[in-house]
Design a binder for this molecule. Structure first.
Ligand code: CA
Length: 378
């Protein structure tokens, strides 16, 4: 305000008495319309953000760009974030290290990418048969999950925030029918994270492939199956041309959280109000991302069925039961390997039981009642 008054006075002095009223009015109108010149005297920050996503990947990379844009708007340009897609500044899987070491001020990805370095991180992205988006967000914002995540990333000088969610993913594209758990024996599937460990336990072979090689591998039969995200992203990848069966639900990723990470030193050096803006914008983009998936997936699924004749199949109930049993064993085994994972797993289970009690009389029965009203058109 002080600076604004000073500028206003300076304007009056420079333009002389004749123009005084006009200048004063214009200034006032601009202020009323929210177009006043920047009033703050604060320092400005030029930040770099590296991401794990390919350029233009909808919701993921465009979400990172949206975050940067909204931070610029909300801080009136005091924080300017330049966004780099995977490989533009650092490779996708070096994003965590780049933020940790302070090479860049922030990064964007999903916590399960760092499982090799921080096994406990996986619980903050996706857990097979775990939280959906509503559950994981409740854990983060109202159940102590975010504090625990901060504690796990603190030794790496990283401050994490949830910044997106895919919602329930699809089970994946299969070249053959999946009838029983025995069908996983010898199945070569591209499936990352804890879900991949469950597939291995069922006798499958987990194949790791960069995004750009999945389609060709599936088409040539180098792999028998792949999962990706949901209809909106899967349609874009063209998997319907390479595999006959599109299975649901995505038991392995029921609400994958996308993250924004800040280098702790860079974050701590900001004035409190700018930290608050970063946190608020992360929460805003978290909501936006889930809405984009909800809006886009339904339309894309209808296109896959109507225009491309995709065979949509639900995993048989007994098969899901068997996978769930293997997932429970896998999670306990992974938690046994590392004290931090055990701590996170126990907290996760406790909160899941708490929200599960409510979900079983609210969301679950409600969805079951309305399900038949939304049958897909062939
Ligand atoms: Ca996935």
């Amino acid at each position: 305000m002080k600076r604004r008054r000073f500028l206003s006075k300076a304007g009056l002095a420079a333009t002389g008495a004749a123009a005084t009223t006009v200048v004063g009015c214009t200034q006032q109108k601009k202020e009323d319309a929210g177009q006043a010149p920047a009033a703050h005297t604060g320092k400005t920050y030029q930040w770099k953000m590296v991401t794990t996503w390919p350029p233009n990947l909808p919701v993921m990379q465009t979400g990172a760009e949206r975050f940067a844009k909204r931070v610029g708007e909300a801080t009136d340009g005091r924080i300017k974030i330049q966004v780099f897609a995977a490989g533009e500044l650092v490779p996708a899987l070096s994003v965590f290290d780049a933020v940790s070491e302070g090479t860049v001020e922030c990064g964007n990805g999903a916590a399960y990418y760092w499982a090799g370095k921080v096994p406990a991180a996986q619980w903050f992205a996706a857990v097979p048969f775990g939280f959906n988006a509503q559950g994981i967000n409740s854990w983060f914002y109202s159940g102590g999950g975010l504090e625990l995540w901060e504690e796990i990333y603190a030794p790496f000088n990283i401050v994490p925030r949830p910044q997106g969610n895919t919602g329930v993913q699809m089970g994946g594209w299969f070249r053959k029918e999946m009838n029983t758990i025995a069908d996983y024996k010898g199945l070569k599937m591209r499936i990352p994270g804890l879900g991949g460990k469950v597939v291995s336990k069922a006798g499958g072979t987990v194949v790791l492939l960069p995004g750009g090689e999945i389609f060709t591998s599936l088409e040539r039969g180098v792999i028998d199956a792949t999962e990706w995200v949901g209809p909106m992203h899967d349609l874009r990848m063209g998997f319907y041309k390479a595999a006959k069966y599109y299975y649901y639900p995505g038991w392995h990723e029921p609400g994958t959280c996308l993250e924004v990470m800040f280098n702790k030193k860079a974050y701590d050096a900001l004035p409190k109000e700018l930290q608050s803006i970063l946190d608020a914008v992360a929460a805003e983009v978290n909501l936006w991302s889930l809405c984009e998936f909800e809006a886009g997936n339904g339309a894309a699924l209808q296109t896959l069925i109507s225009d491309h004749g995709v065979n949509l199949v639900r995993f048989p109930e007994p098969l899901l039961k068997d996978l769930r049993k293997l997932a429970t064993e896998t999670l306990e085994e992974e938690a046994d390997k590392d004290p931090a994972s055990r701590k996170v797993h126990e907290a996760y289970k406790k909160f899941k039981a708490q929200v599960g009690v409510w979900g079983s009389v609210s969301e679950n029965p409600y969805y079951n009642v309305i399900a038949d009203k939304y049958a897909l058109k062939k």
